[in-house]
Structure formats: C-alpha cells, structure tokens
Design a protein around this ligand. Structure first.
Ligand code: PLP
Length: 432
C-alpha cells in the first residue's frame, strides 16, 4: 500500500503521482526533483473548508501555514481556494504579496518579528498580527502609530498542553519560546495591556499545540482551556474576544504505521467541544481559525532522485547513494523522520533489499532513511521518497553549494515548473 491515494503503479510498473509516470517526470525535468500534485492540495483544502462549513456553520477560516511549502504558485492556489494564509517572516509575507494574496486573510506569526517585518505587515494591511510578547506589543503599537494604522492583533497563548509526544500531557508550566503563559497571569496581563494599547485592536487569541498529532483530545482540550480564558476575560474585564485560533498540527501518513484521522473529524469534535463550552461558560461562539500546514502540503508531494551507487559493506550495511540528501530534505538529520521509499522504475517489484539511503553531502548523518526495504536498487534507478510535500523544499539549503531542486506542479496530466532549478550562477549571485 502506498502512503497517499494519489500514488499508483502503471502498466510499465512505474510509480505514478496524479496518474503521471514519475520516471518520465524525472527524465523530463532532471533529478533531484520535487513533484507536487495540485489536485491533492486542492482536495485537502476543500476537506478542511467543508468541515468548517458543515460542523461550525462556516463561522471561521482555514489558514494554510505557508512555512510547510511556500512559493508564489502555492499562494495563488490558496487564494483561488479561498484559504487564509499564515506567514512567519517577511520572506513568506513578501512571497504572498508578490502572488497577489489578499492581505486581509493573512495571519502573521513569529516569536521575534523585527521592526522591518512589522512595518511591512502594517503597510500592506495584514489581517491579523499574532503578538508573541510584551515588547512586541509595545513596538507594534508604536510603529502602527507612526504609520497612522490600526492593527488587528491576536495574542499567542500557551495553553499548557504539550502534544509533541504520541500522547499528550497537560502541565502547569510549558517550556516554550512561543507566547504568553496562562498560569503565571502573564497572558491575562497581556490582554489588559492590549485593550489599553493605542493603535491595536485585540481581536483574538491563538494557540498551536504541536505538529504531526494523531489524537483528537489535545485539540479539544486546548479549545476548552482557551474558552475558559475567554470567559475569564469577559467576566473580569467585560471584554469579549471574537476570534479563537486553534493552530495546526494535524498528523499525516508518512509510513504505514501512521494512522491519521480524516481531517473532517477534527473539526467535528472540536466544534462539539466549543459549542458545549460556550453554553456552559456563557460566552459567544468565537470565529474559529485553524492552520493546517503539513496536512495540506505533505501528502501532495514526492521527491525523485537518481541512484548513483550501491555500496555493500558485508555484515554491516548497504548504502544506496542518491543525488540529493539533507540539502533538499533535512528532516532525517533533524528529527530522524521516517519516510516511505519506492524505486520508481521497479514499483511493482517486491521490496526485498535492506539498505540505508544516503545523500551526497559531506556529513555522515546525511541520510534519508535507515534500514529501508527497497526493490533491488541499482545505479541509474530513480528513487522516490513519498509524502515530502511539506518541510522539504521549505527547509532546503545550499549546504555544500548544492543547488536547490526545482518544483514541478502536476495537474490534469500536465506538469509545469513552479520553482526553477537553481543554477550555478544563482549560487554565487550574492558573492562579492
Ligand atoms: C507550524 C505551524 C502551523 C502548521 O503546523 P502543521 O503541523 O504543519 O500543520 C500552524 N500554526 C503555527 C502557529 C505554526 O507555527
């Protein structure tokens, strides 16, 4: 079983994505190559949006977290699908602006936004700036004053829920660089200061409890904690919060063991919890924002490489080396992330050869996967790594002065380059 339903095997025994032969794609565009499937991206966006309509009367916004995969064409697709957009830097913001993305539907995150970033956001009328700390609140208010703007803000709250593990824990004190803590009273202080600050309007509260989460309860628990805080603000300050942003983090299937829930289920269960909490706490139903990143981009993408050599070290390990590595996918060296692999030109064959897939960078840790089962890999074969649509291109680097691969978007049986391969000239263009 292949990890994404847009993948298949054709009559030649070659791996396909969106019905297109990956061996032909590798031949036509060269390797390494990122391939993204537009229909899969659109399908995921629509699932999130329709669940917001179905279970929460459409009283909310689905914001794609662009850090998962950001380029102009992706921003255009998100705009066309009526999605909101999260950005975390002026680079991501500038990309969105350059693609003509409607800035009122942008949320600007980050724990240390610079003056230049805040100025860009204010000048372009970014819809919501998510304030992380008191220094930022003060700077933002001053900058907005200078520019004669008034900014809608949300406050990033640490709800005291840590879902980074397979189970989740609720702790008193969460060690995180992001946001205001609830239990110390810091968050409540920030709300008071926001209400008093000139040039900013407190619109909402935000939390994001982690990534690649497969359970429902952490999301529901976070919603509950946040609504209790909203009730406290209403009761003690007489101020009603409009927006509740519950972040992203919905898990995806990288390998067979991963068992993600259908995305619709999150909205269904979270909506139920929000409704019951609002009734109980006597607060109005908030406008809800969710921020899926990985779940929209990852299943839509694969990376294609050429195998250059197979090195057998008897009794030790077999190394299969490809023409990319940590420079285009640093997730293994960062987190020992798991992926599923296929020899694209032997996809119908049995996986009976155990090996470690290595990149070409000068780091022993530059691997894409350890102890992987593959279909008799040989030099010249095309290797596909699956579900690489998120946090691969966006995390790529030029380590070893390796050019970043191009991104090809496929749709309706056609392929188009949406990010060009970096040339050698590109690599030295800022050198003096
Ligand atoms: C990273 C991030 C997301 C997206 O997380 P995914 O796991 O990719 O869904 C959403 N919101 C915020 C604030 C984030 O930092």
């Amino acid at each position: 079983m292949l990890v994404s339903d847009n993948l298949g095997v054709n009559e030649k025994g070659n791996l396909t994505i969106g019905g297109m032969d990956t061996v032909e794609l590798a031949n036509d565009f060269g390797t390494p190559l990122y391939v993204m499937d537009e229909e899969k991206i659109v399908e995921s966006c629509r699932k999130f949006k329709s669940s917001m309509d179905k279970f929460y009367n459409g009283n909310g916004m689905v914001c794609y977290a662009s850090k998962a995969f950001c380029c102009k064409e992706m921003c255009r697709i998100m705009a066309k699908e009526g999605m909101g957009l999260d950005v975390v830097s002026e680079g991501e913001l500038f990309t969105a602006i350059s693609a003509g993305f409607p800035t009122d539907k942008i949320c600007f995150h980050g724990n240390n936004k610079t003056d230049s970033e805040l100025t860009l956001a204010l000048s372009y009328g970014v819809g919501r700036i998510v304030v992380d700390n008191l220094e930022e609140l003060k700077r933002l208010s001053e900058l907005a004053g200078k520019l004669h703007k008034k900014s809608n803000i949300m406050l990033r709250i640490k709800p005291g829920i840590d879902a980074h593990t397979h189970s989740f824990i609720m702790t008193g004190q969460i060690d995180s660089k992001f946001g205001f803590a609830l239990e110390t009273g810091e968050a409540f202080e920030a709300v008071k200061l926001s209400c008093e600050s000139e040039n900013v309007t407190l619109k909402g509260l935000h939390c994001h409890i982690g990534s690649q989460i497969f359970e429902l309860e952490p999301f529901c628990a976070a919603a509950e904690v946040m609504l209790k805080f909203i009730a406290k603000i209403k009761n003690e300050l007489g101020f009603e919060i409009d927006d509740l942003d519950l972040g992203g983090g919905f898990g995806i299937k990288y390998v067979e063991d991963n068992k993600p829930l259908p995305y619709e289920v999150y909205m269904e269960k979270v909506s139920e919890r929000v409704k019951s909490c609002c009734d109980e706490l006597k607060v109005k139903m908030p406008y809800i924002i969710i921020e899926p990143g990985r779940s929209i981009a990852a299943p839509a993408g694969i990376t294609l490489y050429k195998i250059g050599s197979v090195k057998e070290i008897p009794g030790v390990r077999n190394y299969v080396s490809v023409d990319g590595g940590m420079c285009d996918n640093p997730r293994y060296i960062l987190y020992q992330s798991e992926y599923d692999f296929e020899i694209a030109n032997k996809a119908s064959k049995a996986k009976d050869y155990k090996c470690t897939v290595a990149g070409k960078c000068c780091e022993s840790g530059d691997l894409l996967g350890k102890d992987i089962m593959l279909q008799n890999p040989q030099a010249g074969d095309t290797l596909a790594v699956l579900a690489t649509g998120a946090y691969n291109y966006s995390m790529a680097s030029n380590y070893n002065r390796i050019s970043r691969p191009p991104v090809v978007m496929i749709s309706g049986g056609k392929a188009r380059v949406i990010v060009k391969r970096e040339s050698l000239e590109d690599l030295i263009k800022n050198d003096v």
